[in-house]
Design a protein around this ligand. Structure first.
Ligand SMILES: Cc1cc2nc3c(=O)[nH]c(=O)nc-3n(C[C@H](O)[C@H](O)[C@H](O)COP(=O)(O)O)c2cc1C
Length: 222
């Protein structure tokens, strides 16, 4: 094994994930209470339907998914919002938005599993991916108001590697990157210790951007 940054993140992430399912699991989970939205079933009526599927550790990706749902409804879409573990199959919907928080440089497993299970149906209708991370927040902060550069987007896209390994037929799909939220002080001691190893740097704070999420979805659904 080569000691590249990506390999170190991968193995450190696997270690943390293994810890998360072991007896000491509580130490490896964010202690920040989950404050994301509840699932929302599809509204009745006419108009195209949109399924939004996401996963989130602490809620900030969920809040961005809910902002996207709000805008889609304003655009005349009947919208359903689901965490990946409870998400329905996509065939009954006209379009799909799929999102995830980033942990240890990767999408969360429940979304990867949902996408892999439905990878062929997804390609039969318009679909968009988004991810929320602190690396993105750090890049945007460094850019001082300028958008992400092509190089930064390419770097962030590496966080989708495991997603597209599980669904190679979707590998050319567009992915949009949103800044996330992290309350570092409220993580368990072991996560506080391990986080810089898995994330590469420590960005702390709430960098979510409702306007960016909403204008992005408004542009996609024209
Ligand atoms: C255990 C853990 C690992 C994380 N790893 C990364 C990472 O590798 N890269 C990154 O950019 N952000 C990382 N983050 C930051 C999250 O992606 C960010 O806080 C995101 O907004 C969390 O979304 P959520 O509130 O929906 O869970 C990590 C956060 C936690 C708690």
């Amino acid at each position: 094994m080569k000691f590249t940054r990506r390999n170190i993140l991968k193995y450190a992430g696997s270690g943390l994930a293994a810890g998360a399912v072991s007896g000491a699991g509580w130490q490896f989970r964010p202690t920040i209470p989950y404050d994301g939205p509840s699932d929302m079933p599809l509204q009745q009526g006419s108009g195209p339907s949109l399924l939004i599927v996401y996963d989130s550790m602490m809620g900030s990706t969920g809040s961005q998914a809910a902002w996207i749902a709000e805008t889609a409804r304003e655009q005349g879409y009947r919208t359903a919002l689901h965490r990946a573990e409870t998400a329905p199959a996509p065939l009954a919907y006209d379009a799909i938005v799929i999102g995830s928080a980033i942990r240890a440089s990767a999408w969360l497993e429940p979304v990867i599993e949902w996408v892999a299970a439905h990878r062929f149906e997804i390609t039969t209708r318009p679909h968009w991916f988004f991810q929320c991370s602190m690396t993105c927040a750090g890049m945007l902060r460094g850019n001082e108001g300028a958008p992400l550069t092509e190089g930064q987007r390419a770097e962030l896209r590496h966080d989708c590697d495991s997603l597209f390994r599980a669904a190679p037929n979707l590998a050319a799909a567009k992915v949009t990157f949103f800044p996330g939220r992290l309350d570092f002080a409220r993580m368990t001691p072991i996560l506080r210790f391990g986080y810089p190893f898995v994330a590469g740097s420590v960005m702390n704070g709430d960098y979510r951007d409702k306007a960016a999420a909403q204008s992005w979805v408004a542009d996609q659904l024209v």
